[in-house]
Design a protein around this ligand. Structure first.
Ligand code: BTN
Length: 285
């Protein structure tokens, strides 16, 4: 079988319509919607805008090989993208996705709560993580002729804590839409994510990265403040400085104490001058 055997398909059960062009695959339970979508890609059965969502994941994947806790009631969303003409470099996709996720969640977060972005693509409510994104690729290559990444397909995996959020073993505080005072249901968030992702990808295609970068910076948490970026998985390599912004390549710009600016392309951001104690940190929300 080409998809993981624990996947139990159900009929499409989203209440309400998805945007035109989306092919919906609804699952009762799967190990990981990203893995299911990648398996479909590998088998040739996943056109552009195939959306895999599940009620539960048994092995939800987070960034950096961490676990994504995946109880029923939250959103587990994976969209297959086939790179389109006039998209910019694929390294910008995490920031495009972040702006889209923020737009999808925004209407459901009651005032005066602050909805911000943590580089590269976490969404925070009052500083606690409500959503994370893991982008995985199929046949990713570096095109040396144009110095750009290309891929046969990408899977944008977005998790949103709608009804639940983890409370233990976190390297970063977490929250949920419910805790923030929203009554929105999972299906509505899935529809809004699909719509916002498609619209933001269209903006990128038509207008380039500049308006997305502007939107990102308007929503960025801790801009101009001291942050620490953990640059390794074992939490013991980190670098502190002032969060100056992001550049036109989507890299984070960090002004060090000696005045030089470091350009970072991977890492986990923490606000303040230190990272959590590695001994207490097991997984991320
Ligand atoms: C992060 O560590 O912040 C990224 C979390 C990404 C979780 C989502 S849930 C849907 C998709 N399937 C997965 O296994 N992971 C992503």
């Amino acid at each position: 079988m080409f998809v993981d055997e624990s996947s139990l398909p159900t009929p499409p059960l989203l209440a309400g319509a998805l945007p035109t062009g989306v092919t919906e695959i609804a699952l009762e339970e799967t190990q990981s919607t990203n893995e299911h979508a990648l398996a479909l890609v590998r088998s040739g059965a996943a056109p552009h805008l195939t959306l895999v969502w599940a009620r539960r994941q048994t092995k939800g994947r987070g960034r950096g090989g961490r676990v994504w806790q995946s109880p029923e009631g939250n959103v587990f969303f994976s969209m297959v993208l086939r790179p389109q003409a006039n998209w910019g470099d694929l390294s910008l996709l995490p920031l495009v996705t972040a702006v889209a996720t923020h737009a999808a969640i925004r209407p459901h977060v009651p005032a005066p709560r602050a909805l911000t972005l943590k580089w590269p693509n976490d969404v925070l409510i009052d500083g606690a993580k409500v959503s994370g994104t893991l982008i995985e690729s199929h046949r990713l290559t570096r095109r040396t002729d144009v110095d750009r990444w290309s891929a046969e397909a990408l899977v944008v995996g977005i998790g949103v804590n709608v009804a639940h959020h983890p409370t233990e073993g976190l390297i970063y505080p977490a929250t949920s839409l419910r805790t923030a005072g929203s009554a929105v249901e999972r299906d509505q968030v899935i529809r809004d994510l699909a719509q916002a992702l498609i619209e933001t990808l269209e903006l990128w295609r038509h207008s380039g990265f500049a308006p997305i970068r502007t939107a990102y910076l308007e929503r960025a948490h801790g801009l101009g403040e001291r942050i620490t970026v953990r640059t390794s998985l074992n939490l013991d390599e980190s670098i502190s400085g002032v969060f100056e912004g992001i550049n036109e390549d989507g890299a984070l710009l960090l002004r060090l104490d000696d005045g030089t600016v470091r350009r970072l392309v991977v890492g986990d951001v923490f606000f303040g001058a230190s990272t959590p104690n590695p001994g207490n940190a097991k997984e991320t929300p």
